[in-house]
Unconditional design. Structure first.
Length: 193
């Protein structure tokens, strides 16, 4: 019988399989390294793009914060200017008020009385005077209540005094000035074209 030694053939085949396995493992390792490298590169590219985007946004936010601060300063300046404008308008309205008040008081003052002092604080005028009788003081209060310029007269005090050996009535009276209503010309601002 002829004996055939199959060992070298099996060993050659085993070595071929091991070589194929080694090559396949090498190709798999190369493919895995390539996939990992590409993934790492892709992730780094996305990360760099996001960092760049965040930097741009931070820069834009800083710029907008500065513009907001400028706008706030402008609004403060505008409100200050509007307050000044209102003060000037009030001064313009009240410019001739003293003359008008004195004229109105002289028209409403009945005979037999005279005024000692007139003081104004805000819208309230305090009048001190002397009258012959209490009825004349009551007439003054009635006249002031029907006045177009004054309203809400209130008698604070009335007392008897002797002036030049005559018995007189000293009085203190408060009256409010009617505030004229100022019409504002403010119209809503329409949007741009």
């Amino acid at each position: 019988m002829i004996r055939v030694n199959l060992l070298p053939h099996r060993q050659i085949r085993r070595e071929e399989r091991q070589r194929e396995f080694g090559l396949m493992a090498l190709f798999a390792a190369i493919a895995a390294a390539t996939v990992i490298f590409m993934g790492y590169t892709y992730i780094n590219a996305k990360l760099d793009a996001q960092v760049e985007r965040n930097t741009r946004l931070d820069t834009a936010i800083v710029k907008l914060d500065k513009e907001i601060a400028d706008i706030k300063d402008l609004k403060d300046q505008i409100s200050t200017m509007l307050e000044r404008k209102q003060v000037v308008e009030n001064l313009q309205i009240n410019r001739s008020q003293a003359v008008i008040v004195l004229d109105e008081l002289s028209r409403q003052l009945p005979e037999g009385m005279y005024l000692k002092s007139i003081k104004q604080q805000g819208e309230v005028i305090t009048i001190e005077g002397v009258a012959d009788t209490n009825a004349r003081v009551a007439t003054l209060v009635r006249n002031l209540s029907t006045s177009n310029l004054m309203e809400s007269p209130s008698l604070v005090e009335i007392k008897s005094v002797i002036v030049n050996t005559l018995k007189q009535n000293a009085f203190v009276l408060n009256v409010k000035i009617k505030v004229p209503k100022v019409e504002t010309d403010e119209k809503p601002v329409k949007g741009g074209n």
